[in-house]
Design a protein. Structure first.
Length: 149
């Protein structure tokens, strides 16, 4: 498996990564994805794609380095998804290992992510990968995101 970081404008973002990402974020269109990455890139958003031996994208991770008062420096995972046909084949493990190595190289103290309460299969995976449940995430919707259903 090969994991690479994709910069804005790279055609593999829409051709390879987006079809996998929409399994987790079905509201994303190509146009909305370009807009989010165009704005998010300046805020540190990056995307990594996992490719199988056959050159097919089988996993995607959206992440950023965040500096704050609680953890000082962390790698925060916005999105982590394995293509449904490739689940339980080590893709998620490889992506997390890639992100862990990146976080350590960047001097981060933690690797953090949030996961929807309904995603129990993902929670089992994260616990197997030795991530701990350390907080509750609270949210108040203010408006519906553009393109969301």
């Amino acid at each position: 498996m090969k994991i690479i970081d994709l910069e804005p404008g790279d055609p593999r973002l829409e051709n390879d990564l987006l079809p996998v990402l929409t399994e987790l974020r079905p509201h994303l269109t190509a146009e909305l994805f370009r807009e989010v990455y165009g704005t998010g890139y300046a805020q540190g958003l990056r995307f990594s794609a996992a490719y199988a031996e056959a050159g097919r994208c089988v996993g995607a991770a959206g992440w950023r380095i965040v500096v704050n008062t609680s953890t000082l420096r962390q790698l925060y995972v916005d999105d982590l998804v394995t293509a449904s046909a490739s689940r339980s084949t080590g893709v998620g493990h490889a992506l997390l290992a890639h992100l862990d190595a990146r976080a350590r190289a960047e001097g981060c103290h933690t690797l953090d992510l949030d996961s929807g309460t309904h995603r129990t299969g993902a929670h089992r995976f994260y616990l197997r990968e030795r991530l701990d449940i350390v907080a509750f995430h609270f949210s108040r919707p203010l408006t519906a995101p553009e393109g969301a259903s």
